[in-house]
Write a protein that binds this ligand. Structure first.
Ligand code: F6P
Length: 319
């Protein structure tokens, strides 16, 4: 292993830059040449590959987004696309690739490994939905962004005695909604992993009103339904008026939290060690507060359940 490349792919996540920095600096520290691929797998197909130096990653640790840019690349899902990528890697004499992204990006890394290019996946997505790791880079920052929004919405909800629905991202996963709902003191949290019954939501809202509550906050994960759909259901079912706030891509931006910067640094550095030790076809992750590497394939084969005891806790605390 003489020369490695790093790329970021899929939806960006705060902390990706810190991970890129860690890969470049640790790679050079370990005596490797490091190149960067711009624009994710699309850039790999097009050969957007440039050498990196220590200074190339200066002044980025605190920045959101990704300096390498990102893309969702349909062409890489085809064999023809992957063959083109392989040609570029050969042309640039790259022996291994570190892929920073979510599970779609990891699939790409897995396919490249099968084609003979050792790859290591570094989990970065605000959704926190990668099997085998408790945390992904970007989740903590996004969570804090959501909580900041909920706190602000709570001020106006209290002043006007209103019920608010806050729709949060997460794709098919409820982590962001659940953690934000607990930390933000939401009355009701709707996540894809748990069935929600509109009668139950109405009952909870009415029981709150019955004991003198003047406002309510409902958090809905985009993976179960939209905030507007829920608002319509509550209006039709119980004539409850709500205000809907869709947080959208604001959740993906902003300066990464200290925690995201630290885990990104740890994950990026471990990814370099793993690839240097020829321990490839692995993903880096966090279990029991320790950085681990585990089989990339297991990311797609296992499905890790959200900690439903937290969901139960949220219900108990918001009676
Ligand atoms: O995977 C990250 C994520 O932000 C999801 O939470 C969301 O569903 C999706 O990406 C949005 O993707 P795009 O930015 O491509 O619309």
């Amino acid at each position: 292993m003489k020369k490695i490349a790093v790329l970021t792919s899929g939806g960006d996540a705060p902390g990706m830059n810190a991970a890129v920095r860690a890969v470049v600096r640790k790679g050079i520290y370990e005596g490797l040449e490091v190149a960067a691929v711009y624009n994710g797998y699309q850039g790999l197909i097009e050969g957007k590959i440039v050498p990196m130096e220590l200074g190339s990653v200066g002044d980025i640790i605190h920045r959101g987004g990704t300096m390498l840019r990102s893309a969702r690349c349909a062409a890489f899902e085809t064999e023809a696309g992957r063959v083109k990528a392989l040609e570029q890697l050969k042309k640039h004499e790259i022996d291994g690739v570190i892929v920073i992204g979510g599970d779609g990006s990891f699939r790409g890394a897995y396919e490249l490994t099968k084609l003979g290019i050792p790859c290591v996946g570094v989990p970065a997505t605000i959704d926190n939905d990668i099997n085998g790791t408790k945390f992904t880079i970007g989740f903590d920052t996004a969570l804090n962004t959501v909580i900041d929004a909920i706190d602000k919405i709570r001020d106006t909800a209290t002043s006007h005695e209103r019920t608010f629905i806050v729709e949060v991202m997460g794709r098919d996963a409820g982590d962001l909604a659940l953690w934000a709902g607990i930390a933000g003191g939401a009355e009701t949290i709707l996540i894809p992993e748990e069935k929600s019954d509109v009668d139950d939501i109405v009952e909870r809202l009415e029981s709150g009103t019955g004991r003198g509550k003047k406002h309510s906050i409902i958090i809905v994960a985009e993976g179960i339904m939209s905030g507007n759909e829920l608002a319509t259901m509550l209006k039709d079912k119980a004539n409850i008026d709500t205000h809907v706030s869709v947080l959208g891509h604001i959740q993906r931006g902003g300066s990464p939290s200290a925690r995201d910067r630290v885990i990104a640094s740890q994950f990026g550095a471990r990814a370099v060690e793993a690839i240097k030790e020829n321990h490839s076809g692995v993903a880096i992750g966090m279990q029991n507060h320790k950085v681990i590497d585990y089989d990339l394939q297991s990311v797609f084969e296992n499905s890790e359940q959200l900690d439903l005891s937290m969901y139960e806790l949220s219900k108990q605390l918001s009676i």
